[in-house]
Write a protein that binds this ligand. Structure first.
Ligand code: SAM
Ligand code: SF4
Length: 348
């Protein structure tokens, strides 16, 4: 067996240079790692793939991340903000279909201030006490994360985007920095959330060394969830003419992450399904065990245009769970509608 794969499978720590060599030589070890990834996933979680209902409740954002179609400089996007009643009505619909996790995602919207988001979390936990609430609304002071945790939020997704400070500054405006992002992730973990970080694959200027640093960061931070998906250009951003990431590299990295962090909750992301109709299945075959179909009201789905041609119909739509169930079955797994907590964080 390849010595780097052997080390990874034995749970030994890899240096950044070793991760880089593994990525560069991926064609030789891709199949081996994917099959090992499926084995460890089965050992920890069985053959289950968990489903989360994704509610994109606002596309207003004060930030200006260069890659994202919701950036504040993009005046072409039609902005929307769901009311509390609208969010709750989507939860009711999702609960009836069987969803037991709601993921509230949005831009950093000044009008959805911390108290208002806390109120929304409280209302969801009151109406659906057996459900988990995941927040994914960006960078806030520790006190705000504490407020939302007290309100009942269980999990938080905040991708680190890249673990290299210079690369981070190439993807973000000068007002944002990697140190702030890392401080948020540390705070979230310390408070008690199940925490997800992650990155885009194939973002502009990304090298194998950057990806190796991302893997090294995951190895040290040990998040409960990792969201990775291909970068996809958006036509109204400065990166409109850039090349997007590939299924090939994304699925390889999914396998590495699964083997390195056996109990991680790892989504086969919408971005993967957007660039390849078979992307979700390939993600699951590579070791993913979470899918997040879209539970937002149908008339706003296209407005949450973080990248071009975002998949929001078919298997991506919460209304089409039978299709998704079949896709998951074809990938050798079983769809599970439970809360799907991290194995070491079984609820609160
Ligand atoms: N505003 C919150 C944040 O930034 O964490 C949550 C919403 S943001 C749209 C969620 C994720 O979308 C980001 O972390 C980023 O990785 C991803 N994203 C944004 N633009 C993208 C693009 N052009 N291609 C692929 N993923 C993208
Ligand atoms: Fe806003 Fe998130 Fe998009 Fe950045 S990635 S512009 S914070 S929605």
């Amino acid at each position: 067996m390849d010595p780097l794969v052997r080390k990874l499978c034995a749970g030994q720590r890899l240096e950044v240079g070793e991760f880089e060599r593994l990525i560069r030589g991926r064609e030789q070890v891709r199949e081996l790692l994917a099959s090992r990834a499926r084995e460890v996933r089965t050992q920890v979680y069985g053959d289950r793939v968990w489903i989360r209902g994704l509610i994109e409740f606002t596309n207003w954002c004060k930030n200006d991340c260069l890659y994202c179609g919701l950036r504040c400089s993009n005046h072409k996007v039609e902005r929307y903000r769901l009311s509390e009643d609208e969010v709750l009505s989507r939860c009711r619909m999702g609960y009836g279909t069987g969803f037991r996790t709601f993921v509230l995602q949005g831009g950093e919207d000044p009008l959805y201030d911390p108290e208002r988001i806390a109120g929304l979390v409280r209302a969801i936990k009151k109406g659906f006490p057996d459900c988990a609430v995941t927040l994914s609304v960006g960078e806030y002071p520790r006190e705000v994360y504490e407020l939302w945790y007290q309100a009942g939020a269980d999990r938080y997704l905040l991708r680190h985007e890249t673990a290299d400070p210079e690369h981070y500054s190439q993807l973000h405006p000068a007002s944002m920095c990697l140190a702030d992002r890392m401080r948020c992730l540390e705070d979230l973990k310390d408070i008690g959330y199940q925490v997800g970080c992650g990155f885009m694959v194939g973002s502009p200027w990304q090298t194998e060394e950057h990806l190796a640093k991302d893997l090294s960061f995951l190895q040290a931070f040990r998040p409960h969830m990792v969201g990775i998906g291909p970068f996809i250009p958006q036509k109204d951003t400065p990166f409109r003419d850039r090349t997007g990431g590939t299924v090939e590299l994304t699925t390889f990295l999914l396998s590495v992450i699964r083997v390195m962090l056996p109990d991680v909750l790892l989504p086969a992301t919408t971005a993967l399904a957007t660039i390849d109709p078979d992307g979700r299945e390939q993600g699951i075959r590579a070791g993913a065990n979470v899918c997040m179909p879209n539970l937002s009201p149908a008339d706003v789905r296209e407005k949450y245009a973080i990248y071009d041609d975002k998949a929001c119909a078919g298997d991506e739509a919460a209304e089409q769970l039978l299709h998704l169930e079949e896709k998951i079955r074809l990938a050798g797994c079983t769809m599970s509608m439970g809360r799907g907590d991290h194995i070491k964080m079984d609820g609160r």
